[in-house]
Design a protein around this ligand. Structure first.
Ligand SMILES: [Cu+2]
Length: 139
């Protein structure tokens, strides 16, 4: 059906170009920023007075922190979701959940044991495997 609008001679070139433009328009976060989008990779953040804020930037299946340093006891997490789909902040083996719809934020509380290292992640299907994960180091 789209072929009817394409002349036979140049149809692959013209139609292919259109597909590339369409794909780019549908994936604004895929290549935006010209390579400067990963400046938050590997960031370590330290909880202050048992509280911390973790953010998912728009268009990224990532958290802005990959290592969180915290004291033993209660950790209050404010999770800010700037992405276009729902995500959450969870910690393996611990109760608690900070879940947020697109453009919103949520809070959750986790109880950390001294000397332990935990893995935090987004529990939505496949997100941890795609990079929504990091480490909580308890001092
Ligand atoms: Cu997620």
């Amino acid at each position: 059906m789209p072929n009817s609008t394409c002349r036979s001679r140049s149809r692959w070139r013209v139609c292919g170009f259109g597909v590339v433009l369409l794909t780019s328009a549908l994936l604004p976060g895929a290549c935006g920023g010209g390579g400067g989008g990963d400046e938050t990779e590997g960031k370590t953040v330290t909880a202050t007075n048992g509280a911390i804020t973790v953010t998912t930037p728009s268009g990224k299946l990532r958290f802005d922190a990959t290592t969180i340093k915290a004291e033993p006891g209660e950790l209050a997490v404010t999770y800010v979701n700037q992405d276009g789909q729902a995500h959450n902040f969870s910690i393996h083996d611990l109760d608690g959940l900070a879940s947020a719809d697109p453009g919103e934020s949520g809070t959750g509380t986790f109880t950390l044991e001294a000397g332990k290292t935990y893995t935090f992640f987004c529990s939505l299907f496949g997100h941890e495997q795609q990079g929504m994960t990091g480490t909580v180091v308890v001092g």
